[in-house]
Design a protein around this ligand. Structure first.
Ligand code: NAD
Length: 248
């Protein structure tokens, strides 16, 4: 079940954290994975080499999702090299936290350029190939705070909430072409993004999670592998919350 043989997948921000785990999970299911990076070329190559060492297929592609022209050019290049793009995991994201009164305009714009515009233009670029194939999977990486809100995360939570509206709209727009569009909303996952939190903060957070633990990147990657599969072909416009019950 959930095999992805013959599929071409692009994972933005795939060189570390959740993105890396998604690359590895999709490759394990048989997809050829294109690992996008913006700064971490060495790390991206290591992900691709690790996949190849386990008998999988992977490639790397460096571009900044906040640069629309670069996204379009890179996706064109992927289609030329691999013939198509079937699966997009729009995972690249940044968090800039701070109380509202201290929120800087530049930070607000940078967050939206990466987290919202980056995901939407990536979907737009990949959708041409998906529509041609009459098969596609778009997965947006949101966050539990996009639905719950969180003190000090106005801009980040707003950017993650925006992905829900975008996914539901694109899901309706592309359903007739057999392209599904869904959102994965991770809870608190142990990655570099969350590593700056103090042990005390993490302990407090863990108390809010009914399953009693923070999440692992594999928990999110498994959800993406499912949504990318043929078996999830009747699931579109949905939010799959992978959060240990933190928000239900
Ligand atoms: P991370 O910081 O380890 O990884 C983010 C990746 O995105 C990095 O590889 C980074 O280089 C890449 N990236 C950032 N800006 C980019 C750009 N402009 N163009 C291309 N790539 C870019 O973080 P993570 O925890 O693995 O998070 C992955 C996604 O999951 C993010 O969208 C994040 O908001 C979301 N998320 C994470 C958590 C968590 O608890 N870790 C919870 C909810 C949602």
């Amino acid at each position: 079940m959930f095999r992805l043989d013959g599929k071409i997948a692009l994972v933005t921000g795939g060189s570390r954290g959740i993105g890396r785990a998604c690359c590895e999970a999709l490759a394990e299911q048989g997809a050829t994975v294109v690992v996008n990076y913006v700064k971490g070329e060495t790390a991206a190559r290591e992900v691709a080499e690790g996949i190849a060492a386990r008998g999988g297929k992977a490639d790397v592609s460096g571009f900044d999702v906040a640069d629309t022209k670069a996204v379009d050019a890179a996706v064109d290049g992927i289609v030329k090299a691999h013939g198509k793009v079937d699966i997009l995991v729009a995972n690249a994201g940044i968090s800039i936290d701070g109380l509202l009164l201290r929120l800087k305009d530049d930070d607000l714009e940078r967050l939206f350029a990466t987290n919202v515009r980056g995901a939407i233009v990536s979907a737009r670029a990949c959708s041409k190939s998906m529509m041609r194939s009459r098969w596609g999977r778009v997965i947006f990486m949101s966050s539990v705070v996009g639905e719950m809100g969180n003190v000090g995360q106005t801009a980040y939570a707003a950017s993650k909430a925006a992905l829900l509206g975008a996914a539901k709209s694109i899901a309706r727009e592309y359903a007739s072409r057999n392209v599904t569009v869904n959102v994965v909303a991770p809870g608190f996952i142990d990655t570099d993004m969350t590593s700056t939190m103090s042990a005390e903060m993490k302990e407090q957070l863990a108390k809010l999670i009914p399953l009693g633990r923070t999440g692992a990147v594999r928990d999110i990657a498994a959800a993406c592998a499912y949504l990318a599969s043929d078996e999830a072909g009747y699931v579109t416009g949905q939010v799959l919350r992978v959060n240990g019950g933190m928000y239900v």
